[in-house]
Design a protein. Structure first.
Length: 764
């Protein structure tokens, strides 16, 4: 990195002046502004004002000493510019000059002179202007001194519209709420300090007192910058209904409501909603608010109520809001499941492996799912979203080698639990992760995890991520996870503050509570989770057999078929032996049990083969019932009326329901919502619409195809599915959206986990 001469001269001056003095730590003379240089400036200042134990923190003691040392009659305490002709020098002036250098301000010289003349004074005025203040004096107040001795910046070299609007908002906050927030950065970045400044601004508008200064007596009703109950109580609904009142019990005036509305629009902007011009408007952006409410899974009301306020300002939102989803480490048994049922929970996150410390037993106990627990939950209509967590509570855990171990453990657990096809397992990153750590640790971990896990499960299961907003978004944007379970309850996580909720969030953890059954005889501690509906979890167990029909003999191959009969084909849960009439020799099979779904016209499904091929009686299939990918059985003996399409005539293909055509022989055209028959052995180019995995011929995971990628298939390959991955088709070429071509034979999933009809299909 380039050496900044001004910063280098500051470092040299600090070491020359303060080396050997108690409490000062020598700073490396490298010409780079960083925290070590700022700490050196803080300690130097504390030495000058008489702090007995200098530290790296500009805290209450330093603030009080500043107030006492630089007190002025009738004015705020401040370090003031020297009078003309005053030639005295002062190390405090040198510290101010060095701090200005570190922030990039010019004072007319390249090294601290320990004087405070117009050059330094003009730099202070420029800093105040950049911070949004109207004060045009060169007085260095307590807030200015704190700003100088920090890593906050008040300008940006970026000139894009969003950055400039962010700076404008940050300056607005400083200008109007300095008594509450001090001076916050105006650098175009929405971080934790700006986030907290908005909450202070809200509390100021509610009539709460400014925060107490360290030298003042404690009083009630001071703003805290935390969105606690007192703030909730006085938060007005916008448009205002004249119900909520300010801290003193007064109805809000129209001018106050306009300022509240401006704060709503600011928060919408920082959450990625609304227009640039509307960010500082006094008119509520109703459409943007409704879009925000819809995305965050809270009621859409054309108004900003307390739940919306809190979701805008705090990652966890309103902790007291209701929920139908939760997660917990407690084993669910017949003795406590009534607690979930009585509280109307429909979705629960449970761990597929691992242990948790039991403080009562003082030992580690299992927290993982069992097949008995799954069946118990399913019988009560509660769907499950599986979670995998190793010791992922520190960043150092996430390595490539650990990913390989976790992939093996998670796969074995999923198989032992008979998790259904398409299940998403959420791998947990249960710690605060800085953005650079996402790059260095989390992304390589999930990249390795994806390769190992999908190869092992052959694409039956998908990877999700439980983490902070930024971590979820970056891992999913890289293509290493398909769904986000957001740890929004951790409001202090750097990856939550200032980041919008991921677009693909399915569950949003926002509060830990204890719930009880109706009789108040049993309780469970759970984490309440917001629910978006983008993933429903699983609702039953099964194991997809790789070959054959659950041990029944068959000489049929697997096909992916489309119902072109014009009528729905019922699907049943099982099949059973049936003693057919004398004219038909031997014991045969028929469908049995309850109807579990149907194959609607133009839907596709996976056909494994036929029991009793010569009689074409029962087919085992894998199909999507609209919520789940399920195994079932269909009756192949009926004649279904239809359009008479029969495009292929291959061995065993006649053992199918009438007029059910091979997937590769029909192409869906989204523009006209039509299904077009493709002639035999015709190569066709297919567009990928949803993320799907692909493998080499040996079954090794090779990657994920996304929207806009293309594949070339031969319509004659009607039974050319993967042997151990029958939900995949062999393709002759892949054409990535960037133009890269993959010409070797590969197998691409048809996306049974998505819709199996219409525009939501994975293949076009």
């Amino acid at each position: 990195m380039a050496v900044d001469t001004y910063v280098l001269n500051t470092q040299k001056w600090l070491n020359k002046t303060y080396n050997g003095k108690y409490g000062y730590n020598s700073v490396e003379e490298n010409g780079q502004t960083g925290w070590n240089t700022i700490y050196a400036l803080i300690r130097a200042f504390q030495i000058e004002i008489g702090i007995s134990e200098p530290s790296n923190n500009f805290g209450d003691q330093t603030s009080t000493k500043f107030y006492e040392k630089f007190k002025r009659t009738g004015k705020e305490s401040a370090i003031v510019q020297q009078e003309d002709g005053d030639e005295s020098s002062n190390n405090v002036y040198g510290i101010i000059q060095g701090a200005l250098f570190c922030k990039g301000y010019s004072i007319g010289t390249n090294t601290p002179t320990c004087h405070f003349y117009n050059g330094t004074g003009n730099a202070i005025k420029k800093l105040k202007s950049d911070a949004g203040l109207d004060d045009n004096t060169s007085d260095v107040t307590l807030n200015i001194m704190k700003a100088l001795l920090s890593m906050d910046y008040f300008y940006s070299y970026k000139t894009d519209e969003k950055t400039l609007k962010t700076i404008e908002i940050q300056r607005y906050l400083n200008k109007n709420y300095e008594d509450y927030i001090g001076l916050r950065p105006c650098d175009g970045v929405y971080g934790s300090r700006t986030n907290k400044a908005i909450i202070y601004a809200l509390q100021a508008e509610e009539g709460m007192l400014r925060p107490r200064r360290p030298w003042e007596d404690e009083v009630d009703g001071c703003a805290t910058g935390e969105f606690f109950d007192i703030t909730k109580q006085h938060c007005p609904t916008i448009p205002y209904n004249q119900v909520e009142k300010d801290y003193k019990g007064n109805i809000y005036t129209s001018s106050q409501i306009k300022r509240f509305t401006k704060l709503v629009n600011i928060a919408l902007f920082f959450n990625g909603f609304g227009t640039i011009t509307g960010a500082l408007s006094e008119a509520l952006q109703v459409s943007a608010l409704n879009n925000f409410q819809s995305k965050y899974g809270i009621p859409v009301k054309n108004a900003c109520d307390i739940t919306s306020w809190m979701s805008l300002f705090v990652s966890c939102g309103n902790r007291s809001r209701s929920a139908i989803a939760c997660d917990c480490a407690t084993l669910i048994t017949k003795d406590n499941i009534d607690v979930l049922v009585d509280n109307d929970y429909k979705y629960i996150g449970r761990y597929v492996s691992g242990q948790i410390w039991d403080s009562v037993k003082e030992e580690y106990v299992d927290k993982c799912l069992s097949t008995n627990e799954l069946q118990l939950l399913f019988n009560k209509g509660i769907r499950v979203f599986p979670i995998f967590q190793g010791a992922g509570n520190k960043v150092s855990y996430f390595t490539v080698n650990q990913a390989k171990e976790d992939a093996k453990t998670a796969y074995e657990a999923a198989e032992n639990l008979y998790l259904q096809f398409g299940a998403i397992i959420y791998f947990a990153v249960d710690c605060d992760v800085m953005d650079y750590q996402v790059t260095n640790n989390i992304l390589p971990y999930f990249q390795a995890l994806q390769k190992e896990f999908i190869t092992k499960c052959r694409g039956k299961y998908r990877i999700g991520i439980y983490a902070s907003r930024n971590t979820c978004t970056r891992v999913c944007d890289a293509g290493y996870a398909s769904s986000s379970f957001v740890s929004d309850m951790a409001t202090g996580y750097s990856g939550n503050i200032g980041f919008p909720i991921p677009d693909n969030w399915a569950f949003d953890q926002f509060a830990t509570v204890t719930i009880r059954n109706k009789n108040n005889t049993r309780s469970i501690e759970i984490d309440k989770d917001g629910f978006s509906g983008k993933y429903l979890g699983i609702s039953y167990e099964y194991s997809v057999q790789e070959n054959g029909l659950d041990g029944l003999s068959t000489n049929a191959n697997s096909f992916i078929l489309v119902n072109r009969s014009g009528v729905s084909l019922p699907v049943y849960e099982s099949m059973e032996h049936y003693n057919w009439p004398v004219a038909t020799a031997g014991t045969q099979y028929v469908t049995s049990g309850k109807k579990i779904g149907e194959i609607k016209p133009n839907e596709f499904y996976l056909f494994y083969g036929t029991a009793n091929p010569s009689l074409n009686t029962v087919h085992k299939i894998l199909f999507n019932d609209g919520k789940d990918v399920r195994i079932g059985y269909v009756d192949g003996t009926h004649e279904y009326p239809g359009n008479g399409e029969t495009n292929m005539n291959v061995a065993n293909y006649n053992q199918r329901p009438q007029y059910h055509e091979p997937y590769s022989c029909l192409r869906y055209v989204p523009e006209t919502n039509e299904y077009k028959l493709v002639s035999s052995a015709q190569n066709q180019e297919i567009t990928i619409n949803k993320p799907v995995v692909y493998f080499d011929v040996s079954g090794n995971y090779k990657g994920i195809l996304g929207k806009g990628d293309k594949i070339i298939i031969n319509s004659g390959n009607v039974n050319n599915t993967g042997q151990s991955r029958p939900w995949c088709y062999r393709v002759s070429k892949i054409i990535l959206s960037n133009g890269t071509e993959i010409t070797q034979n590969t197998y691409v999933s048809v996306g049974l986990e998505y819709e199996t009809i219409g525009s939501e299909r994975a293949w076009y």
